[in-house]
Write a new protein. Structure first.
Length: 201
């Protein structure tokens, strides 16, 4: 094989290789498969990449009690919080809002909403009487909560969020269902039921 034949064989082989590469690229054979995006309202199995309401806490969630300054105008109420995930009760942790990174002093070691046990009883204590939204407790707890979902669970095509507010001893009904979620203003003696559940057909 002479030099000219060898040269043109190499050129033809390279040209064929370039054509094959261009064809494969056009057919998408070199594209890397992207991780599937999490659709709006869905969650990953690990709860990653989900926006949380606790990332932008209410300013009231950053206030600490000063029991030395409590006055007759102060508020000390109690609310029972019950959470159900797919009909399974979820425990509201004991000492939530007590001795945290924000409130860690001697007299002021508690947030304005806190728990002392795992019964779901929330203690609402503020130095001045005023409205306290439920979302403040979830901000203190460091958990997501609003109409889009709770914790790492999100409303989607199969699941919904439902919230009821009623007196102790009563049950959740259509009449006591509320839709304000994190904006709901806490009232003394109430029972708040939050359900993340499968949608009924």
């Amino acid at each position: 094989m002479n030099r000219e034949t060898t040269f043109w064989t190499i050129v033809a082989t390279l040209a064929l290789a370039v054509i094959l590469v261009l064809y494969a690229q056009d057919a998408g054979l070199f594209e890397q498969e992207e991780a599937p995006a999490v659709p709006t309202g869905e969650t990953t199995s690990t709860g990653e990449n989900l926006a949380s309401t606790a990332d932008s806490p209410d300013s009231l969630s950053l206030e600490c009690l000063d029991h030395g300054e409590l006055s007759s105008e102060s508020r000390h109420d109690h609310v029972t919080l019950q959470i159900f995930i797919d009909d399974t009760p979820y425990t509201v942790e004991s000492s939530t809002g007590v001795q945290t990174d924000v409130c860690n002093g001697n007299e002021n070691n508690m947030h304005v909403i806190h728990t002392h046990d795992a019964s779901g009883r929330l203690h609402i204590e503020v130095n001045e009487a005023g409205d306290v939204p439920l979302g403040v407790f979830f901000d203190i707890w460091g958990q997501h909560f609003n109409e889009t979902g709770i914790f790492d669970y999100r409303v989607n095509s199969t699941h919904e969020m439902v919230m009821h507010v009623h007196a102790s001893g009563e049950s959740a009904t259509v009449e006591n269902r509320v839709t304000t979620f994190d904006d709901y203003l806490l009232q003394n003696g109430e029972v708040i039921e939050i359900h993340y559940r499968a949608k009924s057909n």
